[in-house]
Design a binder for this molecule. Sequence first.
Ligand SMILES: Nc1ncnc2c1ncn2[C@@H]1O[C@H](COP(=O)(O)OP(=O)(O)OP(=O)(O)O)[C@@H](O)[C@H]1O
Length: 243
Amino acid sequence: MRYGRRVALTDCTLRVPAGKVAGLVGPNGAGKSTFLSMVCGLLAPTSGRIAVLGHRPGGGAARLAEVAFVAQDAPLYPSMTVADHLRFGARLNPRWDGRYARARIERLGLDPAQKAGRLSGGQRAQLALTLAAAKRARLLVLDEPVASLDPLARRTFLEDLQEYVAEVEVSVVLSSHLLGDLQRVCDHLIVLSAGRVQLAGDVPALLAGHSRGDGERIVPRPDGRPVDLEDLVLAYMAGEVVR
Ligand SMILES: Nc1ncnc2c1ncn2[C@@H]1O[C@H](COP(=O)(O)OP(=O)(O)OP(=O)(O)O)[C@@H](O)[C@H]1O
């Protein structure tokens, strides 16, 4: 994938498993947002192919209803109220879960009459996440969803996400720089760096394979503690991998 002459993603062959939470991690400028925008059909690959739920991303209303996306800046309509956003969501989305949306807004303490433009950054993110979840899509794509949330809101969001995945048949792809959060919620991990996939797989298999010494190795920890997801990600981001 190129932006003009700049290559943002290359040699990027990967599969995101269905029904799991896949974490996407990598340094700034690695290509995470580019990848997520392609998954949602907002960007078309300049070469190669991408299939989402078996089809080219984007397309008609039925296809759009299958994917929910919260972009990094949680875009909303500033002059519309919280309640307007919920009404709008109900009109646009065939599988809209209004009861869930209203309950979550109430639990978050958001005023339905407040204009989105007057919400704080974290409140806007919470509203955008609520709209995405209430859409009841088959794929939920979240670009740094917790970046603007306070620590308590972040913890609650991660708990909500785990509950949501357990209850609803949904696949999730989320990017984050917060490795502890990824460790907590992700079944699958993708490490992107310099526009390439450095590591991809189910987390237990990646950790088990590493401790067995299959293929690549990262430098063992001096304190002898077993390698965890954070160690793996940091080593692959820093290129400290013995191939
Ligand atoms: N609209 C654009 N025009 C030109 N280049 C772009 C554009 N958007 C992104 N890029 C470039 O593509 C590369 C990947 O950017 P991208 O936003 O996908 O990275 P990221 O991994 O999401 O970064 P971050 O962690 O900082 O959000 C970067 O080199 C960036 O400068």
